[in-house]
Design a protein around this ligand. Structure first.
Ligand code: URA
Length: 284
């Protein structure tokens, strides 16, 4: 790209730095789109559609043909989060008799708008028959690209934590409350969490681990039905009760991403995982 002057180049650098800080780290299309030119053009029939549908409509993915006219192109079905979608998610989750069926049900579910901006469904990693199941909040960029949970920096720290107590990916089962990356890694809305809740709850029920470990506050709040902060929760055994009434001991602990930012708190996670290890000995 040619720059008429040094100021343009520096301006662009500042804008890109601002985007990176704001979490805008993914190009959706190959070529820039002049949205100002698009808004000056006469409205297309699609542009006259109700605002809600437009707001929830997915952006084109990297590599797809895109131009201002893309606004007029037919779009895949649009999901607007609502109570109905929670009921559909619940029904789909209950229908799944195995983890493979659950993955299939989730892949076919169109009721969560996060799916339309994510590149992949991030279902699980590890051993579904493991004694320990770990549940995080939502995939980040690396997880979205690979379709696997905890493969980025926090995943690497998680691997080191597991190794410290003699475990690895094949001796645990790992999933997230939200299986699609929220755009720009934003916090999932309460409604998105409620739409995804039936899936993670069924995933836990089908995996039926001996011990559940919630990673970070959002996972603890969702799966343990509490509003207490993770700092107060962590280190204390709680219970996760499945839809069929099975009680699974649950240990809330700190999220690896938090530990990367607050390394002095790794000692707490270390204690929590030692508790988990001790608990497993009493259960086997
Ligand atoms: N953080 C999470 O909560 N889950 C992931 O899979 C990655 C980062």
């Amino acid at each position: 790209m040619d720059f008429a002057n040094e100021n343009d180049r520096l301006g662009l650098r500042d804008v890109l730095a601002f985007y990176a800080q704001a979490g805008v780290d993914d190009a959706l299309v190959e070529e820039p789109i002049n949205r100002f030119a698009a808004s000056e053009a006469p409205p297309t029939p699609a542009a006259r559609q109700p605002d809600v549908a437009k707001a929830a409509a997915p952006e084109p993915r990297t590599g797809e043909q895109a131009s201002p006219l893309a606004f007029a192109a037919p779009r895949p079905p649009v999901a607007v989060p609502d109570e109905g979608q929670i009921a559909i998610a619940r029904q789909r989750a209950a229908t799944a008799a195995t983890l493979d069926e659950l993955r299939q049900q989730m892949a076919e579910f169109e009721g969560c708008n996060l799916k339309f901006t994510a590149k992949n469904l991030v279902f699980a990693d590890g051993n579904p028959r493991a004694d320990i199941m770990l549940v995080g909040e939502a995939p980040g960029r690396d997880e979205d690209l690979e379709g696997l949970p905890f493969v980025g920096r926090s995943g690497q720290l998680l691997d080191r934590i597991l190794a410290a107590i003699g475990l690895d990916r094949q001796s645990v089962y790992i999933a997230n409350v939200i299986p699609w990356r929220p755009p720009g890694n934003r916090t999932p809305t309460p409604q998105e969490t409620e739409i995804c809740r039936p899936f993670i709850e069924r995933q836990i029920e089908l995996a039926n681990p001996k011990v559940l470990v919630t990673l970070g506050g959002p996972s603890a709040k969702t799966l343990l039905h509490t509003t207490e902060g993770v700092m107060r929760l962590r280190g204390n055994w709680k219970a996760h009760v499945t839809a069929s009434g099975v009680t699974i001991p649950a240990m809330p602990t700190l999220h690896p991403a938090y530990l990367l930012r607050n390394p002095a708190h790794k000692k707490f996670a270390w204690r929590d995982f030692l508790e988990v290890k001790a608990k497993l000995k009493t259960l086997t």
